[in-house]
Design a protein around this ligand. Structure first.
Ligand SMILES: [Zn+2]
Length: 147
């Protein structure tokens, strides 16, 4: 799976920056979205290559909902967002690996970026959240998840 961004990162796990391993268990890894203009935009990834949610084992499925709720709580605590969006598409080239976006929806998020339009904040180029900011948020989110 050399053409899979998620699997390539999994393969160099010990060298990953904080924002690429905010939280990890046997089934899931939590990362900050790359090339993204919205601080705190998280992605929940299974630790093996799957391209359909239907391929999750019962054990992976059982923890999926728990992770989504835990991430929503951590985002509310750390970013002060009003709620978290959750979405799964897997359509971008190199990103077919099953992944769930967990996106902080701040009270001040502009109307034009709400709902599915929030995806306009990906492929952000020079507007992307800097690595240092992603790593700092990763530390705060990891602490919130440890509770
Ligand atoms: Zn993969």
């Amino acid at each position: 799976m050399e053409d899979c961004y998620a699997c390539a990162r999994e393969g160099e796990f010990e060298r990953l920056p904080a924002y690429q391993r905010i939280a990890v268990d046997e089934h899931w890894r939590v990362v900050h979205a790359v090339d993204c203009a919205l601080p705190g935009w998280l992605v929940l990834l299974p630790r093996r290559h799957l391209e359909s949610m239907a391929e999750l084992t019962d054990a992976e499925a059982a923890s999926l909902g728990v992770w989504q709720v835990r991430l929503a709580r951590a985002l509310e605590a750390v970013t002060g967002c009003r709620k978290a969006y959750v979405a799964q598409f897997g359509e971008a080239a190199g990103f077919a690996h099953l992944h769930f976006h967990v996106v902080p929806r701040a009270a001040e998020l502009p109307e034009g970026s709400r709902g599915p339009r929030v995806f306009g904040m990906l492929r952000a180029g020079e507007r992307a959240v800097p690595v240092e900011r992603m790593d700092a948020l990763a530390g705060e989110l990891a602490a919130a998840l440890r509770g």
